[in-house]
Design a protein around this ligand. Structure first.
Ligand code: HEC
Length: 101
């Protein structure tokens, strides 16, 4: 019983600390609408050809720090954001994008 409580406390601590590291979705929404929605769609429905539909959680399996690298360097039809958006900005956008589901 004691062990279970300890594990629970540990789990809560992990969740709490990870949220401290994750982005700010309200800020992310504005940035998303400015830089990403033309292709990924205002509600994540994916308007441009081949653009993943974030609404259905497409291509969001990877953790934020990996997705952030892809967003920075760009990938095929996804334009590189290096020098355009800061790491913070991208993390904010990703936290918003994860809420579109
Ligand atoms: C010009 C259209 C366009 C814009 C603007 C755009 N994307 Fe994309 N994005 C795409 C396309 C097309 C793909 C699919 C690339 C491929 O073929 O793998 C993609 C893929 C992605 C992926 C999946 C990467 C992976 O690992 O598979 C993420 C995450 C992503 N975009 C995020 C963003 C974010 C965040 C922004 C805004 C900063 C953005 N995109 C702006 C077209 C765009």
């Amino acid at each position: 019983m004691k062990r279970k409580k300890l594990l629970l406390a540990l789990a809560i601590a992990c969740v709490a600390s990870s949220s401290a590291w994750s982005g700010n979705p309200a800020r992310g929404r504005d940035l998303y609408n400015m830089h990403c929605s033309a292709c990924h769609g205002p509600t994540g429905e994916g308007v441009a050809r081949d653009a993943p539909k974030f609404k259905f959680g497409e291509r969001l399996e990877k953790p934020d720090f990996l997705l952030m690298q892809t967003v920075k360097t760009g990938k095929k039809g996804c334009p590189p954001q290096f020098g355009v958006l800061k790491d913070n900005d991208i993390l904010d956008i990703l936290s918003y994008v994860r809420m579109l589901r």
